[in-house]
Design a protein around this ligand. Structure first.
Ligand code: ADP
Length: 271
């Protein structure tokens, strides 16, 4: 039987009385790498925040390991679920080592110093993300790709079996995008993390994810394998842009946007 680790049922939520997520059912299965796609403003980040217990549902519910999110203590949620928010400016003054160590907060009592288990989790997180050599550097001096690895390391130090990531490769060049997704794949396959990842990059999502969920206007409009979800008709409709989809590396769908200016045959051109 497929085991579900995180689930939204009939979930509705939003901001200041404005509904953004308008009745969503989604399930993250244990051990899967699930991608969440959809155009800007479709509610992906808002759904992620609700799944992380950071935004209260106005209707429906979120279940973490079968327990209602609203009945769980923050600390218990943080031990089960780690969040990597969209890349933001690094907070000033902290070193890489200090940021990664913050991932241990849910495991420590008030004023309790780090113990050997905490140190081991921090060291492993830094090794997996290859940020050890940066440990003493202030995070303000890192490149975008380095900082993203540090934020993922902090989430790993949390030792939560579920990871939610919001566009972890946004703003990174293709080399660093692949580096981040390879890291996530390794965490998924070798470190048994269940991953839900918002991605604007359809080709990365298609390449790495086991399954995709597509959202539009606060609702799920499709879910299935990358090939099932990424059809030319659906992607064109969702993003308002003609696309060509062909098999890419690994046989996964590869999406190329078509330009109205460059690719369309001129109307009435009889030559
Ligand atoms: P996506 O991640 O798909 O781009 P979001 O969940 O960020 O979508 O946003 C969905 C809608 O919710 C947008 O209209 C956005 O303006 C609104 N929204 C997002 N965050 C907030 C917020 N903190 N306060 C008020 N409205 C918000």
């Amino acid at each position: 039987m497929v085991e579900v680790v995180l689930e939204a049922r009939g979930l509705r939520c939003g901001y200041d009385g404005r509904e953004v997520v308008a009745g969503v059912d989604v399930a993250l299965r244990r051990g899967e790498f699930l991608g969440l796609i959809g155009p800007n403003g479709s509610g992906k980040t808002t759904l992620l925040r609700a799944l992380a217990g950071r935004l209260v549902a106005t209707a429906g519910e979120v279940l973490l390991d079968g327990a209602a999110m609203r009945s769980l203590r923050r600390r218990d949620v943080a031990r089960a679920l780690a969040v990597v928010p969209q890349l933001s400016s690094p907070p000033f003054e902290f070193t890489v080592g200090e940021i990664v160590a913050m991932g241990r907060t849910p495991h420590l009592g008030r004023l309790q110093p780090e113990g050997p288990d905490d140190r081991a989790a921090i060291d492993l997180a830094m090794a997996l993300t290859n940020v050890g050599p940066l440990a003493e550097r202030p995070v303000t001096e890192l490149s975008g790709g380095e900082f993203q690895r540090v934020v993922i390391a902090r989430a790993l130090a949390q030792e939560a079996p579920v990871m939610l990531l919001d566009e972890p490769a946004a703003h990174l060049d293709i080399g660093h995008q692949v580096e981040i997704f390879d890291l996530l794949l390794r965490l998924n396959r070798e470190e048994q993390r269940s991953i839900l990842c918002v991605s604007h990059d359809l080709n990365l999502a298609a390449r790495y994810c086991d399954r995709l969920i597509a959202m539009t206007d606060g609702r799920v409009c499709a879910e299935g394998s990358p090939a099932e979800v990424l059809t030319e008709e659906r992607v064109s409709q969702l993003y308002g842009c003609a696309v060509r989809i062909e098999p890419g590396p690994g046989g996964r769908p590869n999406v190329s946007p078509l330009s109205a200016a460059l690719d369309a045959a001129p109307a009435g051109d009889a030559r």
